[in-house]
Design a protein around this ligand. Structure first.
Ligand code: NDP
Length: 480
């Protein structure tokens, strides 16, 4: 059995307690590897290493930092297939998806911030020949980076790349469900020449290792991506220390199809937005609102396509949905479907565990892609983030109804809308309460734009300059 270790000061080390926990392959339900069950003492060691490395790293030139980040990308490119296999096995996602999305985006994160750090400029403001102000952007110190399980390496490196580019050091805590790719990243960091201690990786449970990191007084920045409840708890834990906190949280995103939409494009987009990565993407369009005039045709055609999606072995090229990440998560998704039915919703596609699986996948955590219609808007299920391959669908009559329904959610992460009327598109985009609005597309990513949510979907923005804000201290200098 493979045993993963923590990565501290450039070396793989066992947790002090020598305690490990099982990490499962969601496609088979079998134990895949063991990961450290790290405790506070391990986090303290990692923070100490990061703190000691900070003075040296924060003094390196930006050219040197950019070169190292680019080398990390080069090495990841060389080992892309190995990382894709691990990501697919750990999360249960189709291998093609890890190859096409997770790993290329991970590589792009380092390349982008290597370039960003070299090309950034700060503004000066002159005060009528009295004084001139300029802004200094300086690294903050040790940053605690906590990532979820759905896109493990891609989301962790979305934090790590700007953090290191700005001259900070880091302690990373990946999800206990999917630690392997982040652990392996340690090898790449060493080979790329990142000095020991600049990036440390501690595996373990959120309530122990994660909480110890958030509450460590020598960690002034916490960047967290995960569930809304956990985010609220983290904000509370960090508040007495006045830490800089970035929270990228859950979503229950509206996908709005107007009657003048390009139907083929909207169908394809809706299918991907609903079911990619088994619906386990914070940006998934899990609330589908379709204009009444085309409801029957659009939803009818959508259901045929959902029924035809192949669920099964993540290694097979034509698999669209693998399993969901864990048995516990499978049960949560199934109980949400049951609750929707109790509230009067009709399951018109899927709704249960997948039957007829290959022998070796019988213990896996598979859920059928599911469509729920006729659900009353009073049901909690319109509000709860299911985070699985489940969409709820409803008709709307007028544009204002669509906006109102979309905005009833306590979340505000993203929304998509499909229409050929460009004026309508811009108007609705402005009215929707969401951090990102896609028009006639879904999940297109530009690393320069602000990314993050409104309302219960989080605070702070990452991406381009916005990431640099979190990972730097801004200082105004006024010269008279
Ligand atoms: P969780 O909130 O359960 O966990 C996220 C991370 O926080 C994990 O590493 C977890 O560790 C850790 N953690 C848990 N409890 C604590 C704690 N008390 N102190 C410190 N760290 C803690 O989320 P999931 O991993 O289940 O991820 C799914 C959620 O993430 C969904 O809600 C999804 O919408 C959201 N998400 C948001 C994104 C965004 O950009 N807005 C992007 C992707 C996902 P452990 O796993 O060991 O418990």
């Amino acid at each position: 059995m493979e045993i993963i270790k923590n990565f501290i000061k450039g070396e793989y080390v066992a947790p002090q307690s020598e305690r490990y926990m099982d990490s499962f392959n969601p496609a088979t339900g079998q134990v895949a590897v063991q990961i450290p069950d790290s405790q506070e003492v391990d986090v303290v060691m990692a923070v100490k290493a990061a703190k000691e490395a900070f003075p040296g790293w924060s003094q390196t030139s930006m050219w040197e930092r950019a070169q190292i980040l680019n080398r990390i990308s080069d090495l990841l490119e060389k080992r892309a297939e190995e990382f894709a296999q691990i990501e697919s096995e750990d999360v249960g996602k189709p291998l093609w998806l890890a190859r096409e999305v997770d790993i290329p985006r991970t590589i792009a994160n380092f390349r982008f911030f290597a370039s960003k750090i070299l090309t950034r400029e700060e503004r000066c403001s002159e005060m009528d020949q009295v004084a001139i102000n300029y802004t200094l952007r300086q690294p903050v110190g040790v940053c605690g980076l906590i990532a979820p399980w759905n896109l493990p390496l891609y989301l962790m490196t979305w934090k790590l790349a700007p953090c290191l580019a700005m001259g900070n050091t880091a302690v990373c805590k990946p999800s206990e469900l999917t630690s392997r790719s982040t652990a392996l990243l340690g090898e790449v960091l060493n080979e790329a020449g990142l000095p020991p201690g600049v990036c440390n990786i501690v595996m373990g449970r959120g309530e122990t290792a994660g909480a110890a990191l958030v509450q460590h007084p020598s960690v002034p920045v916490i960047s967290f991506t995960g569930g809304t409840q956990t985010g609220a708890h983290i904000q509370q834990m960090a508040a007495p220390f006045f830490k800089k906190v970035s929270l990228e949280l859950g979503g229950k995103n509206a996908n709005i199809v107007f009657k003048d939409a390009d139907m083929e494009k909207a169908l394809e987009g809706t299918l991907r937005a609903g079911f990619l990565n088994s619906g386990q993407i914070c940006l998934c369009g899990s609330r589908l609102l379709v204009q009444q005039d085309i409801y029957e045709e659009f939803v009818g055609r959508l259901k045929e396509r959902v029924q035809a999606l192949k669920v099964g072995d993540p290694k097979e090229e034509d698999t669209f949905l693998g399993p969901v990440v864990s048995q516990e998560h499978q049960s949560k998704i199934l109980s949400c479907i049951k609750k929707a039915q109790e509230d009067g919703g009709k399951v018109t596609v899927g709704g249960g565990k997948v039957q007829n699986l290959k022998e070796d996948l019988k213990g896996g955590y598979f859920v059928e892609p599911t469509v729920i219609e006729d659900l009353s808007f009073c049901s909690d299920i319109w509000q709860t983030e299911i985070f699985g391959p489940v969409i709820t669908v409803a008709p709307f009559k007028y544009q204002k109804d669509a906006v109102k329904l979309a905005n009833t959610s306590s979340y505000g992460l993203s929304a998509s809308l499909w229409t050929k009327d460009i004026q309508r598109a811009h108007r609705v985009a402005r009215e929707l309460e969401a951090g990102t609005v896609w028009i006639n597309t879904w999940m297109k990513r530009d690393l320069r734009v602000p990314f993050g949510g409104m309302k219960d979907s989080g605070v702070g923005r990452e991406g381009g300059e916005y990431s640099l804000d979190i990972y730097s201290e801004l200082k105004n200098v006024c010269v008279s």
